[in-house]
Design a protein around this ligand. Structure first.
Ligand SMILES: Cc1cc2nc3c(=O)[nH]c(=O)nc-3n(C[C@H](O)[C@H](O)[C@H](O)COP(=O)(O)O)c2cc1C
Length: 186
C-alpha cells in the first residue's frame, strides 16, 4: 500500500476480532512510530504496550471521564469497548522535558501526535486497525501503569485486526474552507 493510499483509506477502528497480533507486526507498528520526526530529534515519546486482559479492562474503564461524557450510563467513550477487546493497547506518553518549550509553546504534543499518525498508518498498511483515544483519567492510568509522574499520557491506541469493515469515515471540510493562499482571506 503506498503512502497516499494508506492516508486516504485509514479509518478509526473500534471493533476488533480476537485474532492475536503477530509480534513482528507489533514491532512494525512501534518501529513506524519510532521513525517519526520530533523536536530537535529528541524523541520524547515513550510507549507502554499492554496485552494483559485485566489491565486492558481497567484502561477501558478509565477512558470514561464523567466531566467529558456526562453522568455514568449516559454516554460512553465510543472507543471504550475497543480498549478492552483489542488484543493490544499501546499507551503513548511524552517526556515534556525531552522536547521543545519555546515562549510557552510546548512541542511534545506535536511530537507524539506525529508518531501516533505513523503508528496508525503502519497498522493500517499491515492489515491492522487502531484509533486515537484521547479521553482518559490520566492520573489513575499513570498509577495503574507505573508511569513516572513527570511524563504526560497523550493517547491510547487499541490495536488489532478489524472485525468487519469500519464505517465510512466522517466527512472532512473542503480545502476551500480551510486553506488560505498568500494571506488570510476574511
Ligand atoms: C486527539 C484525538 C483524540 C481522539 N479521542 C477519541 C476518543 O477518546 N474516543 C474515540 O472513540 N475516538 C477518538 N478519536 C478519533 C476521532 O473521533 C476520529 O479520528 C475522527 O472522528 C475521524 O474519523 P477517522 O479516524 O475514521 O477518519 C480521537 C482522535 C484524535 C486525533
Amino acid at each position: 500500500m503506498d503512502t497516499l493510499e494508506a492516508i486516504k483509506t485509514r479509518r478509526s477502528v473500534r471493533k476488533f476480532s480476537n485474532r492475536p497480533v503477530e509480534p513482528a507486526k507489533l514491532q512494525g507498528v512501534l518501529d513506524a512510530a519510532r521513525m517519526a520526526p520530533s523536536w530537535a530529534n529528541l524523541q520524547c515519546w515513550r510507549f507502554v504496550v499492554v496485552t494483559d486482559p485485566a489491565t486492558k479492562a481497567r484502561i477501558s474503564e478509565l477512558s470514561y471521564v464523567e466531566a467529558f461524557f456526562g453522568p455514568k450510563g449516559y454516554k460512553a467513550n465510543p472507543a471504550q469497548k475497543a480498549l478492552a477487546e483489542a488484543p493490544v493497547v499501546i499507551v503513548a506518553c511524552a517526556d515534556p522535558g525531552q522536547s521543545g518549550d519555546l515562549r510557552g509553546q510546548q512541542y511534545y504534543l506535536a511530537d507524539v501526535g506525529i508518531a501516533a499518525e505513523n503508528l496508525m498508518l503502519a497498522a493500517h498498511a499491515l492489515g491492522l486497525g487502531s484509533v486515537f483515544v484521547g479521553v482518559f483519567d490520566e492520573q489513575e492510568l499513570g498509577e495503574l501503569l507505573n508511569i513516572p509522574p513527570e511524563l504526560r499520557i497523550v493517547g491510547l491506541f487499541p490495536l488489532g485486526y478489524p472485525e468487519g469493515e469500519p464505517k465510512a469515515g466522517p466527512p472532512r471540510k473542503e480545502l476551500d474552507d480551510i486553506v488560505h493562499y498568500e494571506k488570510w482571506q476574511a
